[in-house]
Design a protein around this ligand. Structure first.
Ligand SMILES: *[C@@H]1O[C@H](CO)[C@@H](O)[C@H](O)[C@H]1NC(C)=O
Ligand SMILES: *[C@@H]1O[C@H](CO)[C@@H](O)[C@H](O)[C@H]1NC(C)=O
Ligand SMILES: *[C@@H]1O[C@H](CO)[C@@H](O)[C@H](O)[C@H]1NC(C)=O
Ligand SMILES: *[C@@H]1O[C@H](CO)[C@@H](O)[C@H](O)[C@H]1NC(C)=O
Ligand SMILES: *[C@@H]1O[C@H](CO)[C@@H](O)[C@H](O)[C@H]1NC(C)=O
Ligand SMILES: *[C@@H]1O[C@H](CO)[C@@H](O)[C@H](O)[C@H]1NC(C)=O
Ligand SMILES: *[C@@H]1O[C@H](CO)[C@@H](O)[C@H](O)[C@H]1NC(C)=O
Ligand SMILES: *[C@@H]1O[C@H](CO)[C@@H](O)[C@H](O)[C@H]1NC(C)=O
Length: 401
């Protein structure tokens, strides 16, 4: 922290700007600096906000913000996350982008962030090297098990809520397919040379079949020509717009890049896309959202209906023959972290001619969600101050609100 004078001056400016921009009716509320400095469990976060005050310069352009402030315990966990290198190296670009992902547009009460209907709230993270969704990358409202009480700590520019893990901005497509074992789908995108396009497409919605869906088809898919496989893959990608699960209402038809529609069906507690069951929804991508489905969709049979009475739906391709080998994975270029590929897989014509991708983003570091942590990170639990701890946590000044 060598040039401390510099940032202190800028921080003062940032806080001053915040205070100057508040309207009269919120004048009685404390400013963010005062609020944070009074929170014993937010000293690390407060330190970072002071160190990188440029984050705060954005605040007044929104009509209030919600700051998901990681507590000191959250920062103590960094060594065990993929953010470790960035924080160790004081990587300003990464740290500021990560912090921006903790600031939601608009002032939200704790109740709006707790479980219930999934909601996706845009953040201040809009750096094109990190995100390619219109209006800023989203945070899903916090899903949590058990009864965690969350309190709103109000300040003159919005509200602060305390969380116990850092939120990690969503990763690109290939990091996500690797994390979620969607490697046959990923390999098929490489094999058809679609990977760069899909990774660089803004506001994308992808329905990615799980690996076993490809194994269940065998030669019925691995023997396809590039054109046939391209058409099948395009039928899993929505032509325009980010469709979160909240958009997947019963009967919804979504037009795909292939040109045909897919249809959403709700039956009991299950949701189906044509006849394929929706298994995992709302995995955020740097450029949109991905949902995992149980079967490969067939553009030749858009009217396929599920049988909700049975657990796994039958394949919808003629002469599907289950195989052990995982098709297409050999088309995935092996770089630093190679997915486990099956050397004997991908015997079909479609696997020829895979290209090495160029990175779509210009991330300055390897920050990404990995393995099952991706979901966990996106759903970091908010910690409340237990009722007993509230007095201590809030201190006198804020209690006046
Ligand atoms: C991706 O391909 C589609 C056609 O399928 C095209 O309209 C779009 O512009 C491409 N996007 C990028 C980022 O290359
Ligand atoms: C964002 O999306 C647009 C439109 O699809 C594309 O042209 C651009 O290259 C993408 N940016 C990045 C960094 O991937
Ligand atoms: C990934 O998918 C393959 C193919 O279905 C399966 O054999 C393997 O167990 C899966 N790995 C994990 C970690 O789920
Ligand atoms: C798949 O292609 C191979 C080689 O072209 C061929 O020998 C085999 O019969 C095909 N299998 C099916 C099920 O079409
Ligand atoms: C797809 O759905 C849209 C909206 O429901 C509808 O207007 C369109 O005709 C459908 N297209 C096809 C090919 O069925
Ligand atoms: C969804 O719509 C279908 C037909 O449009 C209907 O049969 C079914 O009962 C609906 N599902 C739910 C859960 O309402
Ligand atoms: C996704 O990001 C990783 C870095 O986290 C990078 O190595 C990879 O090339 C990117 N994938 C694509 C298709 O650009
Ligand atoms: C605050 O920090 C103390 C000490 O690390 C810890 O015991 C306590 O649980 C924390 N409280 C909250 C609400 O995070």
């Amino acid at each position: 922290m060598g040039s401390s004078q510099g940032w202190i001056a800028t921080a003062a400016l940032a806080f001053g700007y915040l205070i100057a921009s508040i309207n009269a009716q919120t004048n009685t509320l404390t400013d963010l600096g005062t609020l944070l400095s009074g929170e014993k469990n937010l000293t690390t976060f407060y330190g970072l906000i002071q160190k990188y005050p440029q984050i705060l310069l954005q605040l007044p352009s929104f009509n209030g913000v919600t700051i998901l402030a990681p507590n000191n315990d959250a920062f103590n966990k960094i060594p065990y996350t993929e953010l470790n290198t960035a924080f160790q190296n004081n990587d300003q670009a990464t740290i500021t982008n990560v912090l921006e992902y903790h600031i939601l547009q608009g002032s939200r009460t704790a109740a709006e962030l707790t479980p219930g209907e999934p909601a996706f709230i845009p953040t201040l993270l809009a750096n094109p090297a990190w995100t390619n969704v219109t209006g800023g990358q989203n945070v899903e409202n916090v899903k949590q098990a058990g009864d965690v009480v969350v309190f709103d700590l109000k300040f003159n520019g919005g509200v602060v809520q305390v969380i116990d893990s850092l939120l990690i901005p969503p990763s690109n497509l290939t990091d996500t397919t690797n994390s979620f074992n969607l490697t046959a789908f990923e390999g098929a995108l490489y094999a058809t040379k679609k990977i760069e396009n899909v990774t660089a497409s803004k506001d994308i919605t992808i329905f990615a079949p799980q690996n076993s869906a490809f194994q269940n088809l065998g030669p019925a898919i691995s023997n396809m020509t590039i054109e046939q496989l391209s058409s099948v893959l395009d039928y899993h990608i929505i032509a325009s717009g980010v469709s979160f699960s909240s958009n997947l209402k019963n009967g919804t038809k979504l037009t795909t890049r292939q040109g045909g529609n897919i249809t959403v069906l709700h039956s009991g507690n299950n949701v189906y896309i044509n006849s394929a069951q929706l298994l995992t929804s709302d995995i955020l991508l740097s450029n949109g959202v991905l949902h995992v489905i149980g079967n490969v969709l067939n553009p030749e049979g858009p009217g396929a209906q599920p049988n909700p009475q049975i657990e796994s739906q039958a394949p919808v391709f003629a002469s599907a023959t289950p195989v052990e080998n995982l098709p297409f994975t050999s088309a995935i270029p092996c770089t630093t972290s190679c997915p486990v590929t099956d050397a004997s897989s991908g015997t079909g014509t479609a696997t020829s001619g895979a290209t090495k991708p160029t990175s779509a983003g210009a991330k300055s570091s390897g920050v990404h969600s990995s393995s099952s942590k991706a979901l966990g990170a996106a759903m970091a639990r908010e910690t409340g101050f237990g009722t007993a701890g509230l007095m201590v946590a809030l201190g006198g000044a804020v209690m006046m609100i």
